[in-house]
Write a protein that binds this ligand. Structure first.
Ligand code: DC
Length: 214
């Protein structure tokens, strides 16, 4: 079984995907975390998003994800980068790197490989449209920007960062993600859309679960 959860930034996709993975006892992959880890590597190695990333560079990038006991971790060349990839610098630059066809292909291959042997739930932007157009269940989460910014602000838990600047960053990211040529952020025709603006985590979870367990 393959479940795709796509949607706008900060709509709680990964929270829901993890809850479903736990409930159904299936694997979980956070596709955004792959893009973030690659971005971290490229920034650290001063590789500009305008450069073509060759196979020599990809051969130096080894990423693995793990979801166990309800805890998600991601490793970049054996370093646990779970927190690092959520930093401001990565968030600010990830969409520019995620536009690149060679990076998308790299992540596509990682995700397709993860689904070969096991049931899986994956969250992202193009999971139901491009990576798993054949998914058994597809969801698309969206919410008004103000509420998404409040959510992210609570998550970051740093009063020195203004909600307005978070909202701006989210909107810039959505704009780049939605308007890129390859695999843009958009709802698959057969995805079930959920406006999460005024729903609690549990309410969204129930809506998703209802569709899967009939
Ligand atoms: O889900 P996230 O906010 O951690 O994702 C970070 C960025 O990665 C997002 O702004 C765009 C990119 N991304 C993507 O292009 N395709 C995906 N399937 C998932 C994420």
């Amino acid at each position: 079984m393959i479940i795709a959860i796509d949607g706008e930034a900060s709509t709680g996709k990964s929270t829901q995907a993890k809850k479903i993975a736990k409930r159904l006892n299936i694997n979980y992959r956070d596709s955004g975390a792959y893009y973030r880890a690659i971005t971290l590597f490229l920034i650290q190695n001063q590789i500009n998003p305008k450069e073509v990333i060759g196979s020599d560079i990809f051969s130096k990038i080894n990423i693995s994800q793990n979801f166990e006991n309800n805890i998600f971790s991601i490793f970049l060349n054996d370093e646990d980068v779970t927190s690092k990839i959520r930093g401001h610098k990565v968030s600010l630059n990830v969409s520019e790197y995620a536009k690149k066809p060679e990076i998308r292909k790299f992540v596509y291959n990682l995700l397709r490989k993860s689904s070969e042997l096991n049931s899986i739930i994956v969250d992202g932007r193009d999971i139901g449209t491009v990576v798993f157009p054949d998914a058994d269940f597809k969801f698309f989460l969206f919410a008004i920007p103000e509420i998404r910014a409040q959510r992210r602000h609570r998550e970051i838990n740093d009063e020195s960062i203004k909600i307005e600047s978070i909202e701006k960053e989210i909107l810039i990211r959505d704009d780049i993600d939605s308007n890129r040529d390859i695999a843009p952020l958009k709802k698959a025709k057969d995805a079930f859309g959920i406006d999460v603006s005024y729903l609690s985590i549990e309410e969204v979870f129930e809506k998703i679960l209802q569709k899967i367990i009939i």
